[in-house]
Each structure stands twice: as structure tokens, then as C-alpha cells.
Design a protein around this ligand. Structure first.
Ligand code: HEC
Length: 170
């Protein structure tokens, strides 16, 4: 009985300490996160109640096409990073080129009027992403993996910037 009681009281002392340590670690890592990502990114993690992004109207098949391309972008980034992780430079280069401007200049599945409907800034972001993939494709073929990762970070910077600027509505 006595033992049990003293156990309980030591637990009562230990738990608040663990909790305090956790709070400290979480607090510190938030500080580092703010350093690494900058103030903007940190506030983007806590979205305001109303959505400040510019609404772009893309409906029906156009919308399906655009979102389909987005999912291909994401899948492509997954494959490029996997290939770079395996030091398979030829594969990383080949996969990056698939999403590049050169490979997508002529896309018969793209709805004809789509490009003209989008704001200029939208088309510029897409152009930077596509050209970035071409650039990554040539870097990845021969350069050290760290160079390719820097290029990939440059590509995804435009994904992030566009996602922070626009949203799609019907
Ligand atoms: C020109 C602007 C723009 C660029 C560049 C862009 N996106 Fe998007 N993406 C959007 C918008 C807008 C949405 C819809 C978000 C919304 O309405 O809330 C979206 C949606 C997505 C989705 C969700 C798809 C779905 O099926 O719902 C994924 C995944 C995605 N983007 C990945 C990417 C990746 C990865 C990149 C970069 C390689 C990228 N996007 C580049 C604008 C962009």
C-alpha cells in the first residue's frame, strides 16, 4: 500500500516534467521551423478563416484535366526523388523530362481553350515548373545528386507559390 502510494506520487511528479519537456521541444522546433521556412510559411500553416487565394474558374473536363496534371506533377516528384535517392541519375533525368516543357508542348489531351482562360501569372507559374523540370532533367543526368535536389527545390518553389496564390472554383 505504502509502495503503491509512493509510486503514484512519483508518477505525479514525473508526468508534468515530461509534459513540460515536450512543450519545450515543440516550442523549439517551431522556432527552427520558422527559421527554415520564413515567417510566411509559418502563417500559411495556420490558414485564416477566409481563403485569401484568387479564385480561378475552371469547370468540368478542364478542371479534371488541370487536377490530373497536378497529380502527375506530384507523382513525378515522387519518382524523381526515389531515383535520386537510389543514385539512379539516368532514371531521375528521364522522369524529370516527362514533366518538362519540351515533352508537353504538344499535348493532344489538353482542352484547346484552357491556356487562354488562365490568368497570366498562372501560365507563368506553369511555364516555370515545366522549364524547371527540363533544367532538372539535364542536371540530373550528370551532376551530383545535391545539385539536382537544389533544382527540384526550385521547381517545387513554384508549386508552393502558385498554390498560395490561386484556388479553383467551378
Ligand atoms: C499555376 C498554378 C499551379 C502550379 C504551378 C501548380 N499547381 Fe498544383 N494546384 C493548383 C491549384 C489552383 C489547385 C487546386 C487547389 C484548390 O482549388 O484548392 C492545385 C491542386 C493540386 C493538387 C491536388 C490535385 C487533386 O486531384 O485535387 C496536387 C497534388 C498538386 N496541385 C500538386 C502540384 C505540384 C506537385 C506542383 C508542382 C510541380 C503543382 N501542383 C504546381 C495550382 C498550381
Amino acid at each position: 500500500m505504502r509502495n503503491l502510494k509512493s509510486n503514484t506520487s512519483s508518477k505525479q511528479l514525473v508526468l508534468p516534467h515530461i509534459f513540460a519537456c515536450l512543450c519545450f521541444v515543440v516550442g523549439i522546433s517551431n522556432v527552427f521551423a520558422a527559421d527554415a521556412f520564413g515567417g510566411d510559411e509559418r502563417s500559411a500553416m495556420r490558414l485564416p478563416a477566409n481563403d485569401p487565394r484568387v479564385a480561378v474558374s475552371i469547370a468540368g473536363e478542364d478542371r479534371a484535366y488541370v487536377l490530373g496534371q497536378m497529380r502527375l506533377f506530384l507523382a513525378n516528384i515522387q519518382r524523381v526523388t526515389a531515383a535520386l535517392g537510389n543514385n539512379d541519375l539516368a532514371l531521375a533525368s528521364k522522369v524529370a523530362a516527362i514533366a518538362g516543357a519540351k515533352n508537353n508542348e504538344i499535348d493532344p489531351s489538353r482542352p484547346a481553350a484552357l491556356r487562354a482562360q488562365q490568368p497570366d501569372a498562372w501560365n507563368q507559374y506553369i511555364g516555370k515548373v515545366r522549364k524547371g523540370f527540363d533544367d532538372l532533367a539535364s542536371t540530373a543526368a550528370t551532376a551530383p545528386v545535391s545539385n539536382s535536389l537544389s533544382k527540384l527545390a526550385g521547381v517545387t518553389e513554384n508549386c508552393v507559390a502558385c498554390h498560395q496564390t490561386f484556388r479553383i472554383i467551378d
